[in-house]
Design a protein around this ligand. Sequence first.
Ligand SMILES: Nc1ncnc2c1ncn2[C@@H]1O[C@H](COP(=O)(O)OP(=O)(O)OP(=O)(O)O)[C@@H](O)[C@H]1O
Length: 329
Amino acid sequence: MSTSEKILLDVKDLKVHFTIPSGGLFRKSGILKAVDGVSFQVRAGETLGIVGESGCGKSTLGRAVLRLLQPTGGQVAWLGQEMGEMQPGELRNVRSDLQVIFQDPLASLDPRMTIGQIISEPLVTHNPDLSKNEVKDKVKAMMAKVGLLPDQINRYPHEFSGGQCQRIGIARAMILEPKLIVCDEAVSALDVSIQAQIVNLLMGLQKEFGLSLIFISHNLSVVRHISQRIMVLYLGRMMEVADREQIYTNPLHPYTKALISAVPIPDPNIERNKEHVPLKGDLPSPLNPPSGCVFRTRCPFAKDICASDVPELKIYEGKREAACHFIEG
Ligand SMILES: Nc1ncnc2c1ncn2[C@@H]1O[C@H](COP(=O)(O)OP(=O)(O)OP(=O)(O)O)[C@@H](O)[C@H]1O
């Protein structure tokens, strides 16, 4: 898989804060910082995995990048241009380059539309001058590419299995030949054997089209298979970002170590030698996150400074980054 140095997406200090109204006696109103100052880049042709426990802000981050929700602060630049400053026409063009695949394949497809209508919708919206036959040919060609039978173009979503529905979602996302697809838990609802097929399909499409992927998942084994780089989120903050092998064989941040501890690594040498860090307790309420380092209440290495000072994201070994007061280097 060839990854170029060309930066497609450049995210700086992105924040998405939700105002939560009070809920009677038991919940005060407050600001929920779902994403709180996250910065990263995605290069052409690469897959960036985003991992972290449920509720740590992965989907919110993906949606903010896609502009499906308005960020509270920070910048998202697409090919060097700030998306928040784009004219509606420019944003429409970017939307054809930036697509999304959601978790629940059947729920994300309109049951009243045929497969042909579902897959062709973005194409017709962006290219209203295409003839019906041109649209049909393109849809059939894309159906074949994603492993669907083109003569099923007039069928409805409920006639397909979960895996096939996800192939339909992928065909719809791919029909405009985008540069980047955000896959939000795209295989999590599928059987394990089907997950592998869909991941392989995405990797094949990536190779053929030079596509970039942001692959959001709580499943670290799947993320390891597909990603070149991995970002670890906790309570809306980035704990660590590094190349895949660094994350799995030499994690720096205690939270990454704890996540990796829970996943068996197929190489017995690595598995035997890896540091086992137990993850104690539950995720704190994002409405009332810990002071200083947000991970400190569950970190076995926490000291006083972790409660008072927010650790900065620092660069290690030339290019990987982590935010912890106690990483040497
Ligand atoms: N529209 C919203 N209004 C208020 N709070 C929200 C909203 N969307 C998400 N949240 C909260 O933001 C936090 C992050 O949620 P998000 O769905 O991004 O996490 P996640 O890591 O993707 O988790 P999951 O894997 O369970 O989807 C959670 O505490 C969630 O309850």
